[in-house]
Design a binder for this molecule. Sequence first.
Ligand code: FEO
Ligand code: CA
Ligand code: CA
Ligand code: CA
Length: 722
Amino acid sequence: MRDHTPHNNPQTDFNEEDSNTSANPRFEQVLDTRLSRRSLFKGAGMAGAALGVTAVTGCATTGASATSVDRLGFKPVAKSLADAVIVPEGYTAQVVYALGDPLTASTPAFKNDGTDADFEHRAGDHHDGMEWFGLDASGKPSNSFNSRGLLAMNHEATTDEQLSSFFIHANGGTATLPRPAAEVDKELAIHGLSFVEVHSDGKRWAYQPGSAFNRRVTTMTPGAIHGPARGSEHLVTKFSPDATQCRGTLNNCGTGKTPWGTFVSGEENWYGYFFRDAKDDDARKKDKHVQALKRYGRKAGAASRHGWESAGPQDQYVRWNNGALAASAKADYRNEMNTFGYVVEMDAYDTQAPMRKRTGLGRFAHESVAFAKPVAGQPIVAYMGDDARGEYIYKFVSDAKWDPKDASPANRLAAGDKYLDKGTLFAARFKGDGSGEWLELSMNNPVIAGSSYFEFKSNADVAIFTRLAADAVGATKMDRPEWNGVHPRTGEVYFTLTNNSNRAPESTNAVNPRSYKDMKGSKEQKGNVHGHIVRLADASSAAAAFKWDIYVFGAEADADKSSVNLSSLTDENDMSAPDGLVFSPATGICWIQTDDGAYTDKTNCMMLAAIPGKVGDGGARTVKHGDREVTTYVGKTPTPTTLARFLVGPKGCEITGWCETPDGRAVFVNIQHPGESTKMADVNDPAKYQSQWPANAGYGAGKRPRSATIAITKNDGGLIGS
Ligand code: FEO
Ligand code: CA
Ligand code: CA
Ligand code: CA
């Protein structure tokens, strides 16, 4: 999802959602033991020791063992404004799977002129997070076969102006209400997930249009509610009066792969798709739902992103109106929005099994889910972020203890039931001394059970109204937590904090220490303009303490090194708005992807390769804001052999989603929303498109830009990035 509102669309910038008005204690008030960094680390051979913290080691992936690369081996790619995918010398990038590509043998080829239909059987739009599920030559699941597999991916959103997804409609579609049903039907189908078979003949990667494994999940696909919220009164809808079923997944952003071999996907900016009229607060008699709806960004009377609720009286349209319209929740969709905002689990190999919404992992603007390496007899631990300004970092700890036999279970979703339906959620509080604590979000915590801030009656309420629970316990408001990943060697977890235009000098703190001004041409940008990446050395799974530092600060290379470019980035590795972050199971390289609107006067979005150290390998730095000083902890300064730009994308795109073959010799990456600043009025004038990718790379019909998956290989067949 784009970060910055394009010029043509003043209405929607859903990542900029800004509803955390909770009066959480500012972090500098809740600390402060005033431990110096020196005393914290004194005598500690490893960063965690001073707090009794032992890092959880290993990565979550099944299959390939890490062949650690300790030095990047490619020549860094220069910043670029070209309408092309640029990779290092000696590498090749090919387009594999783009918006509209047919997934069945009988679906017509994609014309890419806005007349195509049947998107239930085509690739969706805005390819995002992505995971690899290997197949062997006979089509059986494999963690070692390298030339055949399934890509499981998110189709987060669509390129829109005002209300219309204009590139999929012949003349750009209808940007006023009511929306025509035929247009809405297409838009309902381009969101969701796809599972697509890909294979290599040794020279080229291609997708398999007629594969029996290909599958789409859309905003209309039925699913099951699992975990503590199953059966809750707050999930009762006309579709599922017993609150056990739901329809669709929406705005899926980051992904993950469980230790038992399933696909998980985070629902991010779902709230923008709903509408309730201006009188709805009164209709609900101002009950606790009104507080929750506001906290989740749905004010009464605010327009929905696409106006789907306006397309007719049929159920598939009416469900997007989440007002209290009928006599009871069983007769309307007042609770429909409460059925979104979860981590969705699916078995990539089973085309029949319905998705399961894992409510135990909380309801917020989910990005990726990173699992700590499972340890026999210990709980499963999953880390997650909530991407909006001032939102929180979370972890989930399962009740069930890991049984190594579950690494290849007979029934993968039953293993998901075992590990994800019962457990405890925590939110992170960061302290100024470089430590932190996990705050329990459950009825066992008297702060939740006795809260006067919001009425929690059960753990179902905590699962559904998670943001309010994290508010109540005083979690730390972060600069938009995006993806996260667990370092395969150290077990430390890295979170991108993409940017925060709301971060003011007076609200800076040790873990969100920057607020500054930056020029983009003649436009002044402010706050934490370029984002940063925080890392946590967590305790053994159930422990409540962690240590942290800032692995790297995004910045423009020529920015002031005392206040902005704190990691001394250079032309080889300067970046803005880190978003995607995945550690390679094969090489240990950390891949960092950007979704930027701040540095795009100088470069399109990019992907960098990194070989990070560990928490505490740098030192304390003081950032001045007038007469206010904030002390933070910055990781060791990267060099071009430990952090380097590997790829730059075409115009108007973000780079997102990453997976690889088990041998680490083919990497798949998504190019999302190339050409997103194209004006709807120019939809039939290719000369005015911001981008013509991937048509200009020789892929497919028409010139309308398309989100797409690329495969990257090294010409000598080597490990990617080595
Ligand atoms: Fe879909 Fe937070 O990016
Ligand atoms: Ca600038
Ligand atoms: Ca993202
Ligand atoms: Ca983003």
